[in-house]
Design a protein around this ligand. Structure first.
Ligand code: DP6
Length: 326
């Protein structure tokens, strides 16, 4: 069996996945919409071989037991699909800090799925790769297709998948990933998903979800950046309201996160459209139109706690490459 390597982008959701209908299969409570981030990615090489005595998982040069467990569970699914029993060596590199709130599980499981499937001799369609990636991490399903992506909620393993709504060059928008903290997250999204029903507001969120998705898709179809931004911002706040009102409560924002929100409002008051979102972490991701990227980046960099800022364009999805990591 040949080794195989894949690169997969991280993605940032406009409409978030928060809460699962089926925790085993990562079937979400609602559909979601996202864009791939072209500057943030994971590269993964997988090789199955009778020479390996155990699965060995090396992520960013280290073997970590918790991460290895999750990856091996995913390899088991690939082995089952391919009807093979060989152990594997997996080497994976992120070009951004793991656990910092930039979604490494999305790019990580998308890359592992594409490289793993190829190394196991499977020939899967994009849709099948998306469902496979979803089993590893829900948001990873959205890192398989190109550009602007919709993850259809679905009701079974086969029909909960992501597909490309528009290619990367459809819309000249930028996603500025602002690094305000490099602390490892204390509370990841795995716990957050399982706590949603403890928030009294979660039912209200879900009732509005289909309408919100339809409204945002309309704004995207019309390239109406203002409406798009207003929906995206309100959606991020909505997610954090659920998180903060869960039991135990999850507070992800830091002081600099709030400062970034204020900077967006201030930019808008001055006529520059900029809108924030947040995943389950403190790092803001700010959307703006291509022509405004410089102005928005400068304003965000003026926040004292901002350590780094990565300007992303909409990116292509996961793909096989022929340069291996070992
Ligand atoms: C807040 O995909 O990380 O980033 O399925 O447990 O791996 P698992 O969850 P994950 O959840 C992502 C949560 C989010 C919102 C989003 O990306 O849609």
């Amino acid at each position: 069996m040949e080794k195989a390597t894949a690169i997969a982008p991280s993605n940032i959701a406009f409409i978030k996945y928060w809460g699962r209908e089926n925790p085993e299969l990562n079937i979400p409570k609602n559909g979601s919409l996202s864009v791939n981030l072209d500057q943030l990615h994971t590269t993964t090489t997988v090789e199955f071989s009778p020479d390996y005595q155990r699965d060995q998982i090396i992520i960013n040069g280290h073997e970590d037991e918790t991460e290895a467990k999750r990856a091996i569970k995913h390899l088991d699914k690939i082995r089952l699909l391919a009807g093979i029993t060989e152990q594997a060596k997996v080497v994976s590199e992120n070009n951004f800090p793991t656990g910092s709130g930039l979604a490494s599980s999305a790019s990580g499981f998308a890359a592992l799925s594409v490289a793993g499937a190829k190394a196991a001799g499977l020939n899967l369609s994009e849709r099948e790769l998306s469902t496979l990636a979803r089993l590893g991490s829900g948001s990873a399903s959205r890192s398989i297709p190109d550009g602007f992506v919709e993850w259809v909620k679905g009701s079974s393993h086969e029909n909960s998948y992501a597909y490309s709504l528009y290619p990367p060059d459809y819309w000249d928008i930028k996603a500025l990933a602002v690094i305000v903290s490099l602390d490892k997250k204390k509370m990841g999204s795995v716990e957050g998903h399982s706590l949603v029903d403890t928030s009294i507001y979660y039912g209200v969120r879900i009732v509005h979800m289909d309408g919100k998705i339809a409204h945002l898709k309309e704004a995207m179809a019309e390239k109406d950046f203002k409406t798009f931004g207003e929906i995206v911002e309100a959606e991020a706040v909505d997610l954090h309201v659920i998180a903060m009102t869960s039991n135990p409560p999850l507070f992800y924002w830091k002081g600099a996160s709030i400062e970034a929100m204020e900077a967006c409002r201030e930019l808008r008051d001055g006529g520059t459209l900029a809108y924030f979102t947040f995943d389950a972490g403190p790092q803001p991701v700010v959307f703006c139109q291509g022509k405004d990227a410089q102005t928005v980046a400068e304003r965000l960099k003026s926040i004292t706690a901002v350590k780094d800022l990565i300007v992303n364009e909409p990116g292509i999805g996961a793909r096989v490459v022929d340069t291996h990591l070992f």
